[in-house]
Design a protein around this ligand. Sequence first.
Ligand code: CTP
Ligand code: MG
Length: 558
Amino acid sequence: GNLQKNFFSSRRKLGSRTVAEKLETTLNKDEIESRDERKSFYTLQEERREQAERSVLISCPPTINEKKFLKHLSRHGDINNCFFYETFGTYAVVEFSDKDCVASLKEGTRIPSSQHESTVPFKTRLLSVKTNNLGDQSKTQPSIQCLKQTPIGINDLIQKLSKEDSIDQQLYSLMEEYQLTEENIRLRFLVCSLLKDIAAAYFPECIVRPFGSSVNGFGKLGCDLDMFLDLDTISGRNLKQAGGGFSLEYQMKGMPSERAATQSVLSVIGKCVDQFGPGCVGVQKILNARCPLVRFSHQPSGFQCDLTANNRVAMKSTELLYLYGGLDGRVRAMVFGLRCWARVHGLTSAIAGAWLTNFSLTVMVIFFLQRRTPAVLPTLDRLRDLAGPPDKSVIEGNDCTFVSDFSKIKLEKNTETLEHLLQEFFEFYGNFGFSRLSIDIRKGKEQNKPESSPLHIQNPFEPTLNVSKNVNATQLERFVKLCQESAWLLQQGEVRGRGAAGDAPWGVAALLLPSVSQAAGVAGRKKRKREPASERIKSLLESLKTSKAAGSTASEGG
Ligand code: CTP
Ligand code: MG
């Protein structure tokens, strides 16, 4: 019913308001328009990127007078939108109607002077409000409303889900709680745009693009921000040799390899972020990973950031996930539920290691949905066949072509409930021939395993790579066991319907309890013993050993 919103209608567009309107009322959620059109990944990215370029991030005193603040800023031009949030301090994201307004704002902004501290005059769009007594009249004004940028805790979530009336509703409700908000997505694009300003000190025409869960439709509030420094946008690459037998070329320093070039670019940008990037702390250069990166924490936004370069294939897999997530409203709900399930049971972790990643798990869900009859999702080969000329993409010899226009894709008529799909998912992977078979979303069929890793998930765009190369046998076994256990639990009447015991955890909520076996206990069955702590620690250490031997890093695994 109403909860069956798809990805796009649950994304909300804040109505553009002039500052005059904004000064009349505070942001009213009810006035937010919903938008239903399914934009292609590229179109949406470009819109958001352009919007971020017109935006600034401002640290404010928590007692700021919003009206005066906006009035002050609007001297530089119309403000389309503004919202506040709290991390280490209170911040405002202010979107102007035009880039010129930002230039004007920067012109009227002071460089701090302090006797105690020296600064390097590196100007960015991260600013601070300084108020005197006139600007701060909190006592007579309603205080600003701060929007939350983190999800509810697991216990609150379990309680909330227990009050829902069906497993389908539970999954939609979980997604509503966890998914990135409109404002959080804006903030992510803004942080990329701020990073671009830093990188632009070296490469004025570069673009910093978000990829991964920030933009693939499966991101949870609080997830890391994966960024990609795109230098292919720099003009002059495709200029034809001019006529008249005469043309000019830039002299450039040679590099031993593409990888070496990427490493040296990231090395200087990393250094610049570290030394001059306001709010960027804990900068680590991880240049020897399979995919070299600079990792840091952006304090004003609270985002853990990974900056990579020359990572076009990851951008394509991001777009592919976005497309799959947007095709059918059940996909995202199912992935959110399973990501949450995997996380509470320690199948996935914030730390890199020999366990499943969210990316691998998502590909497994997509594969499962391709295997239904009728199929919920089309194969990647099918999406490639539907592609038009502008969709053509070949990256390092790999064909990454697939359709980007939603309207060209006709789905089969599968009407299974989420409850049924979830049950079937657990049974499918609880009995899957992992020892022999590989998961391949391009063909949408199991293939024979080309190598002996415990879990083989073919990388959709780099067929020689295994997305889950990092996963060891112990972790795969844990996944399989939990699938079997969860399948069994869902089959039991007790977790299927809202129990007589009022708000006792049931359905998805029961699957999320720290120990699934104990959930059975709640429903009145005999409690099984939990794995002793020593066992769990043993398996953790084992995983760490294996991952170290494989030289695994956060971004490794193909
Ligand atoms: N990626 C990939 N192959 C891998 C790992 C990652 O192509 N073996 C790409 C995917 O597009 C993925 C992105 O890199 O979405 C970012 O990776 P990661 O941060 O590990 O995953 P996310 O999808 O962002 O999920 P999370 O919320 O856990 O960060
Ligand atoms: Mg990520």
